[in-house]
Design a protein around this ligand. Structure first.
Ligand code: SF4
Length: 452
């Protein structure tokens, strides 16, 4: 365990590096025509699709996602029409692109009715070549779910479900405005198992109001009793000046940095003790899960959905605020529903900002991805791929890492950089050493959101 002084000196709250550069570096100089050009020249290789469903039925006060609160299902019908127009624009540019991974996130994807979801799937099948062995996942809110909904998913190709849990403690749930009984979650898990869905994942959040070691330990025990295949343990970042919903959470109810660290370390120890494998920054998986297998095979990847087993580097994001990453560029759709709709209806992509990676960005992206996924960097492999001399190229970074070596956070020699087991807590801080965009003014960007 590090002292409070060490934890305060090294930045625990750095970016989660689901991309490099991080999304706050995207600029408005990158526009729709740049995205169209990147699509036109992309190789016809396996890609991933992400579909953003922005609607939620009620507002969680910790939320940092791009969402629209609504109770109407007609808004979803209108949204599906626009999504269909967007998929047409893409398939006109790259016809029948093979898709190896398809993910639905939000918002709340199960805001869509089964009929709406199946219509959307039919549209995607007609525009892309959805590969038979693809991984297909959906984030589900157990509060608005029944067994009939879950049982309809496998026929549409879904083989992974992710349930938002956050915390089972009722007092915590009241303060974050998300009442979700243990029984609701347990029923959702049973429904997925009964339907033959092979992989169930939970999202938990630590750092929420009035969480204590005791309350979080109880949440973990209840979680373990349901035996999820994967677990994500997100760190709540309170940024009320940026996320309006968070203003309803009184700051004085939040755990201190020392307590948050204790919660994370306790949870890690308990989950590993229960047989889960710690994956990168904040994920855990059963040894039989493909994420754990990818970790041991050295093939784990990082993208906007977190950790991934897929080697495909091209990601196409569909929907309001969605981010695409392909052919060396990032492109983000407008986060405003009316702007997104107008742009797509007028026959152009809804890009409002993005980023074209330089060679240096690509080198650093590879180093940071290795740190976040494997907790190590093999200098010879980086040197070979990018034709650089790592010792010279990263001489400033190697100097900066001396303090990390002194504190036992990493070991460093001419062949590799390795994050120590106790240094895992500071993975983001190690990655930040290689972030060339950090000296520019950065707001605190870390959130539990998958698109941060
Ligand atoms: S946390 Fe999830 S369910 Fe809650 S408002 Fe945000 S996106 Fe919707």
């Amino acid at each position: 365990m590090f002292s409070a002084d060490v934890l305060n000196r090294f930045d625990l709250n750095g970016p989660r590096y689901t991309s490099y550069p991080t999304a706050d570096r995207f600029t408005a100089t990158f526009q729709a025509e740049d995205y169209a050009r990147a699509l036109q020249t992309m190789q016809h290789r396996r890609a991933s699709l992400y579909v953003h469903v922005p609607f939620c039925r009620s507002l969680c006060h910790y939320c940092a996602c791009n969402k629209i609160i609504s109770k109407s299902t007609t808004v979803a019908n209108e949204y599906l029409v626009t999504l269909t127009q967007e998929t047409a624009l893409i398939s006109d540019t790259v016809p029948e692109l093979p898709i190896a991974q398809l993910a639905f996130g939000g918002g709340t994807p199960n805001f869509l009715t089964i009929e709406q979801l199946s219509r959307l799937m039919a549209d995607l099948s007609s525009k892309f070549e959805l590969l038979g062995e693809r991984e297909q996942s959906i984030e589900l809110d157990p509060r608005y779910l029944d067994a009939a909904y879950v049982s309809a998913l496998p026929a549409m190709g879904f083989n992974r479900v992710s349930y938002g849990v956050q915390d089972f403690d009722e007092r915590v749930q009241t303060l974050i405005h998300r009442s979700q009984s243990f029984e609701q979650t347990a029923q959702a898990v049973r429904a997925a198992r009964d339907s033959g869905i092979p992989s169930i994942s939970f999202d938990l959040v630590y750092g929420l109001p009035i969480q204590s070691r005791e309350t979080f330990a109880a949440t973990l025990e209840r979680t373990l009793s349901l035996e999820p295949d994967r677990l994500a343990l997100f760190n709540y970042a309170h940024i009320p000046e940026r996320f309006k919903a968070q203003r309803r959470i009184p700051t004085h109810t939040l755990p201190t940095i020392e307590l948050r660290t204790e919660l994370f370390l306790y949870a890690t120890e308990r989950l590993v003790d229960a047989g889960y494998v710690a994956i990168g920054l904040d994920h855990f998986a059963k040894p039989s899960d493909s994420l754990a297998q990818a970790l041991s095979a050295g093939t784990l990847r990082r993208n906007f959905q977190g950790y991934s087993t897929h080697q495909s580097t091209d990601l196409i994001g569909l929907g309001v605020s969605a981010i695409s990453n392909l052919n060396g560029v990032f492109s983000q759709n407008s986060p405003q529903l009316d702007v997104y709709r107008e742009r797509i209806e007028s026959g152009e992509f809804a890009t409002v900002r993005g980023f074209a990676l330089t060679h240096d960005d690509q080198v650093r992206a590879a180093v940071i991805e290795q740190i976040m996924c494997m907790g190590s960097v093999n200098w010879a492999a980086i040197a070979q791929v990018f034709a650089i001399d790592c010792e010279t190229y990263f001489s400033a970074e190697r100097k900066a890492l001396a303090q990390f070596v002194a504190e036992g956070i990493v070991t460093l020699d001419d062949s590799q950089l390795v994050v120590t087991p106790r240094g895992r807590l500071l993975l983001r801080a190690v990655a930040m050493v290689f972030d060339a965009h950090l000296p520019l003014k950065r707001e605190q960007t870390i959130t539990f959101s998958r698109i941060a």
